[in-house]
Ligand binder design. Sequence first.
Ligand code: PBG
Length: 322
Amino acid sequence: MLRRPRRNRKSEAVRNLVEETSLSVKDLIFPMFLVDGAKKKVAIDSMPGIYRYSIDTMLREIESCMKLGIQAFDVFPAYPDSLKDTIASESYNPETFYLKALREIKKEFPELCLMSDVAMDPYSSDGHDGLVKDGKILNDETLEILARMSLAQADAGVDIIGPSDMMDGRVGYIRELLDESGFTDTSIMSYTAKYASAFYGPFRDALDSAPKFGDKKTYQMNPANSQEALVEGDLDTEEGADFLMVKPALSYLDIIKLLNDNFPLPIAAYNVSGEYSMIKASAEKGWIDNDRAMLEVLLSIKRAGAKVILTYFAKEYASLLR
Ligand code: PBG
């Protein structure tokens, strides 16, 4: 035998030399959940280890994450039903707790990279990402609301706007309004290929944002499709996106690779709530090893071609390295 691939696996030192993919805390964005009020840290039953924070406790949590080397955070708000309406008007109310919190985070930690979420669902009494009329999700009428929301978030100091709604044309629409308003440096990480997935379940519990009727299949992508991700990638690139995101990550590693092979923009992948909870639940039962499974999952997303990973494991991963 001339070729013996096992020679390159014979010791840890040799294995390290030939290792093709490396993962760093710097690749990660930590998604966090915000609630109104003070001194709150409320556990989310379906996501062990993840909490809803009020702004004061969130600032301390961000500080402890930053000490571990995490430098990017994506904040999602959980709104009470009393503040929801059909047009998501709370989303661009300058006094709303989400925008005030974003401002405070950037003020206390100007060096961190702050990402925000743009979609109607946390503020919508219909629980959909777009405006609803006669049971239909309207596209063009939604764009104006998304753009107002984006502008308010950019004004609050957000570094990266994350449109997660899957409306057509929103990246261009948002880009134009941001530029006209002087926010030429505010980046857009587009949820480019966001699939209609069962793996968002725990997130919708966390935010209490499940759709009040129907599903999201008229705007989120069909899990059966990959060519369509190229169409979305073309549009987002033309419309001025700075990052292209694939979501969820694990059932869509082929899509991550497809976009990375076809577009020069950095690819991000969202390791979503259900993917996190599956590992947590089976580890709690003693069926798999939490840390090894976490490392393998994150590495596989990176190997597939993601430059950036949004993951609820961010803090745990960073702590494990210490
Ligand atoms: C909605 C949004 C969702 C997630 C992020 N933004 C859920 C959905 O589309 O219903 C899911 C994140 C996760 O599951 O971790 N705008």
